[in-house]
Design a protein around this ligand. Structure first.
Ligand code: BES
Ligand code: MN
Ligand code: ZN
Length: 498
C-alpha cells in the first residue's frame, strides 16, 4: 500500500472509491469539510439521498453509494464523524473507511484535512483501521488491500503538511508492528525470541536511521550484573529472561530520555496464579517493551535531536519447581532487596532492575510504559492510560498525549502509600501488601523507589494496550500500540525546545 498527498477535487478524482465525511448538523447531516465539491456535484439531490439512505453522520457509520455521472469515481463512501471534525473524529472515520472498501485498488480520502494534525489523523486512522493480524491464518485478505491511497488536502503543498503526512506513516507503521508483537502467541514470542526480534528490527531500521545500538543481556549477563528482579520473575519459565538495551544517539542531542518498558511475554501470575479468564489476554503483558522499542526506532527514523536510552526487561511469569514463591526475597540491580508477597505483581520487579539501569545513564527524564495493574483499568476504564510520577514530566506526557490524540489521565502517589512500600519486615521494600484499594498507586510508589529522584513518568497501559471488542475506528481486535504516538510526540516537543 502506498500513500500519496494531493490537493485535488474529490469530484474529479478517478480513484475507484472516494471517501468523504458526514457530520451530524444541527438539523440534517451534512458532508464534512473536504467534500465541498461532492456536495456541489449532487446539488439539491444530496439531502433527500442522504435521508433515503438513512445517513445520520454518527461516528463509525459507513454508507456506500454507487454513483453515476455526478463524480468521476463510481463509488462514494460516506463515513460518519459525529458532531465535530477533530483529529480524533477524523482518525476514527478514516479507520472505518479503511475497512469499508477492501477490494478497491485505488482510494481517495476526502476527509477533513485542512490542518497538519488532521492530515496525520487521516493517515494514522487509515493505516491502523486497516490493520489485521493474519500471520496464523491459512488465507489473508492482504492481497486485496487497496494499492494506492490518495489523501486529499487543501494544504497538501505546505512543507508542514508533508512532514506530518510522512511522520504519520512512520508512526502508524511502528504502531502496527507493536500490534504484531503483542498479537503473536506467547509460545512463539518467549523472551529470547522477543529479544532476537528486536535485534532484527534494529538491524532493519539501521537502513534508514543512524546512531542506533542494541545490546542483549542474556541470563548469564543478568546474573553477572545482579538483575535479581528479572532473573527472579523469569526463573519459573523454560525460556530464560533477557534485558534489551537500545540506544539512539543523534549527533547533537538537546535532551536525553530513558524509556523503560515492561516485557512479560506471558503472565500466568506465577504461584499467586491468575484465574483462567484473567490469563486470557496475558500474552499482551509485553506491550510496554514493544512500545518503547518501536518508539525509539521512530525517534531515530525521524532524526529527532533527542538521545534515547531504552530498556526492555523480558521474562515469562510461570509456575514450576524453580519459580519464585511468596516469601522469597529478591535483590534488585544496585542492591535494594524486595520481599515478594504476590508473584502476580511481577511487572514492578523486572521494571525495578531496568529503572536502576536507566537512572545510571543520568537521563533528563525517565518514562516507563507498563501493563502494570488491573486496578488502573478499574479506575479509568480500558481506554485511558493512567500517568503517575513527578509533576513536570507527568504534565509533559499529558500534553504530548493530547497532541497525539491519546487519552491519558493523571493519578497521584499518596505519601501513606509510599510508607507502605517501605514497610516490609524482612527486606528493604514490600512488593505488595494485599490492601486492594489503590494498588495501581502502590505499584507506582514502588517503581519510584528505583528512579533515583529523577524526573519521571509512569504510564500504566493495562487497559488501553488491548482492544477487546471488534474493530472500531483505528482500533482493531487485540494489541493496540497505545502510548507509542505519545512517546514520539514527547520527544518531538523536547527536540524542538532549544
Ligand atoms: N499484567 C498484570 C496487570 C494487568 C491486568 C494487565 C489486566 C492487563 C489487564 C499484572 O502483572 C498483574 O497481575 N497485576 C496485579 C497486581 C496485584 C497483584 C497487586 C493486578 O492488577 O491484579
Ligand atoms: Mn501479574
Ligand atoms: Zn503482568
Amino acid at each position: 500500500m502506498t500513500y500519496a498527498l494531493r490537493n485535488a477535487s474529490p469530484a474529479k478524482t478517478r480513484a475507484e472509491a472516494v471517501v468523504v465525511g458526514v457530520v451530524q448538523g444541527a438539523k440534517n447531516p451534512e458532508l464534512a469539510p473536504g467534500a465541498e465539491d461532492v456536495t456541489a456535484a449532487f446539488g439539491r439531490r444530496l439531502r433527500p439521498l442522504l435521508a433515503t439512505l438513512g445517513v445520520t453522520g454518527k461516528p463509525g457509520e459507513v454508507t456506500r453509494v454507487p454513483v453515476g455521472d455526478e463524480l468521476s469515481t463510481s463509488l462514494l463512501v460516506l463515513v460518519g464523524l459525529g458532531k465535530e471534525t477533530t483529529p480524533a473524529a477524523v482518525r476514527r472515520a478514516a479507520g472505518a473507511a479503511a475497512r469499508a472498501v477492501p477490494n478497491a485498488t485505488s482510494v481517495a480520502l476526502a476527509l477533513p484535512a485542512d490542518s497538519a494534525d488532521t492530515v496525520a489523523a487521516v493517515v494514522e486512522g487509515h493505516v491502523l483501521g486497516g490493520y489485521s493480524f493474519t500471520a496464523y491464518k491459512k488465507s489473508s485478505d492482504d492481497a486485496s488491500a487497496p494499492a494506492t491511497v490518495t489523501v486529499l488536502s487543501p494544504i497538501a503543498r505546505r512543507a508542514e503538511t508533508q512532514e506530518a503526512f510522512e511522520r504519520a506513516q512512520v508512526v502508524a507503521a511502528a504502531v502496527a508492528t507493536v500490534r504484531d508483537w503483542v498479537n503473536t502467541p506467547p509460545a512463539d514470542l518467549t523472551p529470547p525470541v522477543f529479544a532476537e526480534t528486536v535485534v532484527a528490527a534494529v538491524r532493519a531500521a539501521k537502513k534508514s536511521a543512524q546512531g542506533l545500538k542494541v545490546t542483549v543481556h542474556d541470563e548469564a549477563s543478568l546474573a553477572e550484573l545482579g538483575c535479581g528482579g528479572i532473573l527472579g520473575v523469569g526463573s519459573g519459565s523454560a525460556a530464560p529472561p533477557r534485558l534489551v538495551e537500545l540506544v539512539y544517539s543523534p549527533p547533537e542531542p538537546v535532551a536525553h530520555v530513558a524509556l523503560v518498558g515492561k516485557g512479560i511475554t506471558f503472565d500466568s501470575g506465577g504461584y499467586t496464579i491468575k484465574p483462567g479468564n484473567g490469563m486470557q489476554t496475558m500474552k499482551s503483558d509485553m506491550a510496554g517493551a514493544a512500545t518503547v522499542i518501536q518508539a525509539t526506532l521512530v525517534i531515530a527514523r525521524l532524526c529527532l535531536p533527542v538521545k534515547v536510552s531504552a530498556f526492555a526487561p523480558m521474562a515469562e511469569n510461570m509456575v514450576s519447581g524453580s519459580a519464585v514463591r511468596p516469601g522469597d526475597v529478591l535483590r534488585i540491580y544496585g542492591g535494594t532487596t524486595v520481599e515478594i508477597t504476590n508473584t502476580d505483581a511481577e511487572g514492578r520487579l523486572v521494571l525495578a532492575d531496568a529503572l536502576v539501569r536507566a537512572a545510571e545513564v543520568a537521563p533528563d527524564a525517565i518514562v516507563d510504559v507498563a501493563t502494570l495493574t488491573g486496578a488502573m483499568v478499574l479506575a479509568l476504564g480500558d481506554k485511558i492510560t493512567g500517568v503517575l510520577g513527578t509533576e513536570a514530566t507527568v504534565g509533559e506526557i499529558l500534553d504530548a498525549a493530547a497532541s497525539a490524540g491519546e487519552e491519558m489521565w493523571p493519578m497521584p502517589i499518596p505519601e501513606p502509600i509510599v510508607e507502605r512500600v517501605r514497610s516490609s519486615k524482612v527486606a528493604d521494600l514490600a512488593q505488595h501488601d494485599w490492601i486492594r484499594w489503590g494498588s495501581g498507586l502502590f505499584a507506582a510508589a514502588f517503581l519510584q523507589e528505583f528512579t533515583a529522584g529523577l524526573p519521571w513518568a509512569h504510564l500504566d497501559i493495562a487497559g488501553p494496550s488491548w482492544h477487546g471488542g471488534g474493530a472500531s475506528g483505528h482500533l482493531t481486535p487485540g494489541g493496540t500500540g497505545a502510548g507509542l504516538p505519545t512517546l514520539v510526540e514527547y520527544a518531538r516537543v523536547l527536540g524542538a525546545k532549544m
